[in-house]
Design a protein around this ligand. Structure first.
Ligand SMILES: Nc1ncnc2c1ncn2[C@@H]1O[C@H](COP(=O)(O)OP(=O)(O)OP(=O)(O)O)[C@@H](O)[C@H]1O
Length: 366
């Protein structure tokens, strides 16, 4: 489990105001016998001991490839999934202490926006009905005129007009549908939006418009964002802080300028190379494109879970001495045998879990 990593405040005299604190959260699936099977299903470690905190009014991004556990983590944060271990605290309230009523109240404050609005909007409901339903669920603006006024105000905020209110999702473009999904999320005046791949289902030309809309709304409504994405370029654009996720764990996290500007973990460097192939080689090693695909979370590699794809491990092994490497000489033994912990970078604005991340000390010294 990674220890709770908190960015030091930019201005040391301002008090820390963490609206979200995620402490050692895990979610494992399977492992139980079913009625039809006497053998327990294998355990999938979708999220495995993740910790982070998010300052009020900022944007925290969770980045990683498909299958790294990002969506499961998002669902844990909004209380849609129960953790196997660990705790999520939202604005001082521990989710584990909430009953059904408490969780419903929390869902008003923490809204989830999904990747594909075509799937998340009911095709049989007009835009007006979709927004009215959100108010009804939370018992807000019950009076007709007040409800219509709130819907008109929100539809304008997301850049649509009253003519859109009578349309059905299939009568809207992809960008307009995502604007409706955002309107539905903000209509109940939440504090936090969890945005799961908010633009990846959209045409590239529309993506920038939605990103700008999200930035505008964040400033106007003092929202806190948690953005789930596989795209480090989007992270660099939107986020203040980031957690880089691989097989259920954060392998690097911290200030976005530091993590994206001088990534220390070889996985982050590889993601950066994909996001911006023209970026010159980083100081601490050449970014290499990722080889192969992410292993199954049913069979997480031993030691450092990234060792099966790690370009830095291969490079270090090539420099290493017999006995320091695995018997086949392909990888440093330490990468295969020892699980790395998050090491804070000098200055404490980021941390990376790689045995060799900091100075890339020569393998004989380790
Ligand atoms: N309900 C479930 N039962 C079993 N395994 C699950 C369940 N939900 C997720 N998983 C597994 O957990 C792992 C992480 O899934 P998750 O959807 O959180 O990853 P992700 O990074 O969001 O990927 P994607 O971008 O493809 O959605 C995957 O291997 C997935 O198959």
């Amino acid at each position: 489990m990674n220890a709770l990593f908190r960015l030091p405040p930019r201005h040391p005299d301002t008090e820390s105001d963490d609206i979200v604190v995620v402490d050692g959260i895990s979610r494992h699936f399977g492992g139980r016998k079913t009625l039809l099977s006497r053998v327990a299903a294998p355990v999938v470690r979708a999220v495995d001991g993740v910790s982070f905190s998010v300052r009020r009014g900022t944007c925290f991004a969770i980045v990683g490839e498909s299958g790294s556990g990002k969506s499961s983590l998002a669902r844990l944060v909004v209380g849609l999934l129960k953790p196997t271990a660990g705790e999520v605290t939202i604005d001082g309230t521990r989710l584990s202490t909430l009953d059904k009523t408490g969780l419903r109240a929390l869902r008003r404050k923490v809204q989830l926006v999904l990747q594909d609005p075509r799937a998340s909007l009911d095709p049989r409901m007009t835009v007006f009905d979709t927004l009215a339903e959100a108010l009804t669920v939370h018992g807000l603006h019950r009076e007709r005129a007040a409800r219509a006024a709130r819907i008109d105000a929100v539809i304008a905020m997301v850049g649509l007009n009253p003519a859109h209110l009578v349309r059905y999702p299939h009568e809207l473009s992809g960008g307009q549908r995502q604007r409706v999904a955002i309107a539905r999320a903000i209509i109940c005046e939440p504090d936090i939006l969890v945005l799961d791949e908010p633009v990846s289902a959209l045409d590239v030309s529309v993506q920038a418009q939605i990103i700008n809309l999200l930035a505008e709304l964040q400033a106007r409504l003092a929202l806190t964002y948690i953005v789930i994405t596989h795209d480090l370029a989007l992270v660099a654009h939107m986020a203040d802080a980031v957690g880089v996720m691989y097989l259920g764990r954060f392998v690097e996290q911290g200030d976005v300028e530091e993590v994206c500007g001088a990534p220390r973990h070889p996985y982050t460097r590889s993601l950066m190379a994909i996001a911006a192939p023209a970026v010159p080689p980083q100081r601490a090693g050449r970014p290499a494109l990722l080889e192969g695909s992410i292993p199954s979370p049913l069979a997480i590699p031993s030691g450092c879970s990234f060792h099966t794809r790690c370009p830095l491990a291969r490079e270090l092994a090539a420099e290493g001495l017999p006995g320091v490497n695995t018997p086949d000489g392909r990888l440093p033994r330490r990468c295969v045998e020892e699980t790395p912990v998050l090491h804070p970078a000098p200055g404490g604005r980021s941390a990376a879990s790689c045995h060799f991340a900091v100075e890339r000390p020569h393998i004989q010294e380790s």
